[in-house]
Structures are given as C-alpha cells and as structure tokens.
Write a protein that binds this ligand. Structure first.
Ligand code: DX5
Ligand code: ZN
Length: 217
C-alpha cells in the first residue's frame, strides 16, 4: 500500500521541513487538504501555500479539494504544482467539466465521496478518473476516528473496476493508523492518507513502513 501523509497534522510554521521529514521517512505522496469554510466547516490552505511547499520534495502532490466550486480553482492548483487533484462529488461544480478541466492541465483527476455517499455514485465516472477517494471520516478535521463501515464501499468500487477492466486507484482518508489500517488493506485499498498517524508518531519512518506493509501481512 502507498502512504500519503496529510500535511493537515504538520507544523504549518515549518511546512518545508515537515515535508522533508516525511519524504525522508519514506512517504509515497504528499496529501494536501484544501478547505474553504463552506463545503466543510474549516479553513486551511490555498494555492499560495501549495506553491511555497512545492520545492521541498519531488514526491507527487495529492491535492484534496474540499471546496464548493472546485472547477474555479483547478488552474491555480495546477500552477502551484499539483500532480493529482481530487474533488468531491457532493460539491457544486459540474463533475464531467471539472474532470475535463483537470485533464486539460495534464493533472491526474480523482473524485471523492463522503461517508453518506454510496459507492455507486462514483460508477458513472470510473472510466474518467485516476483515483477514487473514499472518506473514512466526515471531511473537515484531522484526528477523527476511522469508519470501518466504509470498507464495503472500497470492495464494491474495486469489484466494479475489475468487472469493467479499469485500473482506478482507491484511496482512503481519515483515521488511518497502525491500529486501523488492516481493515483498509483487507478491502484492497491502494493508497492510504494518514495525518495524525504519521506526523504525531514517535517514529514516522516506522509508522509509514507499517502502513506500507499492511497488505503483506
Ligand atoms: C479530513 C482530511 C484528512 C485528514 C486526515 O477532512 O481530508 O486528510 O487530514 O487526518 P487523520 O489521518 O488525522 O484522520
Ligand atoms: Zn484529505
């Protein structure tokens, strides 16, 4: 399994050093949570911070947009150095137009579903996306408890992709740690996001290695 540490749990005053720290610890991608105070009740970072963070690693930037109108900000995040942009099916921009816009910038598109959204809502877009992100907490804050009851959605998405011969990555986000990752591994998750589980770990390299090896156990 690949691991994407979420910068939401890092020390924002030292964002460059924090990125270097998890890069050295073996991270596969860097997950950046963008919140607008409308789609979710929290405000985080915008394209300016993403751009400032970009020179500190060569790892792919996995930008998770929790904003009402993702299509309006694709150019800004593309210019800032995003490699993957995921946006919510529950947001207000047209979904196909947003995927088109992300593709037009040469970036990999992904769609995200909140806990109450069924896996089937993603089915119409599976042949158009690089990744589906299944939220395992209500989006908005780090440090919440993992919802193991989201794993059937992962299994359903994997099954549907296989049936249609599609190679779409399934990512999970929220509450992933050494204590919860086995459920994700069993369900066939390809990438796990981990904020608290990596940044607050005593030994981030050990925490990342544990998550990466969870599908080998
Ligand atoms: C929540 C964010 C997550 C969050 C995960 O809305 O999308 O990426 O930072 O943090 P942990 O791993 O602490 O649940
Ligand atoms: Zn996220």
């Amino acid at each position: 399994m690949k691991v994407a540490p979420s910068l939401l749990s890092c020390d924002f005053a030292k964002i460059g050093e924090e990125i270097e720290r998890v890069d050295r610890a073996g991270a596969d991608l860097i997950h950046l949570d963008v919140m607008d105070g409308h789609f979710v009740p929290n405000l985080t970072i915008g394209p300016g911070i993403v751009k400032a963070a970009r020179p500190y690693t060569k790892l792919p930037f996995d930008v998770h947009l929790m904003i009402d109108y993702p299509i309006d900000y694709i150019d800004a995040f593309a210019d800032a150095g995003a490699d993957i942009i995921t946006f919510h099916l529950e947001a207000k921009s047209d979904i196909n137009d947003t995927i088109d816009k992300i593709n037009s910038r040469g970036i990999k598109p992904g769609i995200v579903i909140k806990p109450k959204t069924p896996a089937s809502a993603a089915f119409p877009y599976l042949d158009r996306v690089y990744m589906v992100l299944v939220m395992t907490v209500e989006p908005g804050f780090g440090g919440q408890s993992f919802m193991a009851d989201m794993m059937p959605k992962v299994v359903e998405l994997k099954k549907e992709c296989k049936k249609r011969g599609l190679d779409v990555l399934i990512e999970v986000d929220g509450g992933i740690s050494e204590n919860t990752v086995s459920a994700a591994a069993d369900a066939g998750v390809d990438i796990c996001v981990s904020g608290t589980g990596v940044f607050k770990a005593e030994d981030p390299a050990k925490a990342i290695a544990f998550l990466q090896d969870s599908d080998k156990k």
